[in-house]
Write a protein that binds this ligand. Structure first.
Ligand SMILES: Cc1ncc(COP(=O)(O)O)c(C=O)c1O
Length: 213
């Protein structure tokens, strides 16, 4: 039987970070230490309690989780003004990125990013039938800010996507760079959303602030 696969997906191999058997597994931002027994016990107790209500859908707005994430950001990133209503959560940041593309990108629109960067970025665009455009990073992997600001004005992307620290280069954005990109986005008629992907926030060097501060 032939399935009606979109022609542009034919022959592609699915994304997957390699699960390697090596001494230092750093490639997928995992913790080398297992959770302590007290955390395992707390998870087990919470699952036991939740299991008794599985005949109903859970809270669709997951407000308790969003409140906990806001508290975590206050500790990790010193961003203490966020409330649950400012936070969204999903199955990994990949799903959130897809939500952002579904809302703000799509056919006839462009996403701008800066290569080399996270290999999933073109895939979010492909999956939402969006044009994915990249500008090369400088030799030290920082952004060429003049070129970036000019490209935003020229290309008029509806999303500008930057990882900070960047995968695979580890380069983080300074607040001055975040502000310059946000200002350039604000000038686009119809709007442009600056997405700063801090999936690797915990690897920022001391003193490098979160874009959310
Ligand atoms: C820069 C960057 N953003 C997002 C992700 C996806 O993270 P998640 O596992 O939360 O979907 C990764 C995973 O490698 C990443 O490197």
């Amino acid at each position: 039987m032939t399935l009606p696969l979109r022609p542009e997906l034919e022959g592609l191999t699915p994304y997957g970070a390699p699960q390697l058997d090596v001494a230092a597994m750093l490639n997928v931002n995992e913790n080398p230490y297992p959770p302590p027994p007290s955390v395992v016990a707390a998870i087990t107790a919470a699952v036991r309690q939740a299991a008794g209500g599985l005949n109903r859908y859970p809270d669709r707005e997951f407000m308790a989780l969003r409140a906990d994430l806001a508290r975590y950001l206050a500790l990790e990133s010193r961003v203490d003004f966020l409330e649950p209503k400012n936070i969204w959560a999903a199955n990994g940041s990949n799903e959130i990125m897809l939500h952002l593309h579904q809302a703000f990108a799509g056919p006839g629109r462009k996403v701008l990013s800066f290569a080399p960067t996270y290999s999933m970025y073109p895939e979010y665009s492909r999956d939402t039938v969006t044009d994915y455009v990249t500008l090369p990073r400088r030799e030290d992997f920082r952004l060429d800010m003049d070129a970036a600001v000019a490209a935003i004005a020229d290309i008029k992307p509806t999303i500008v996507l930057v990882a900070s620290p960047n995968n695979p280069t580890g380069t983080a954005l300074g607040l001055d760079e975040v502000i310059a990109l946000a200002d350039a986005c604000a000038k686009i008629p119809g709007g442009s959303v600056l997405v700063v992907d801090e999936a690797y926030a915990e690897f920022r060097r001391r003193g490098v602030p979160s874009a959310a501060t």
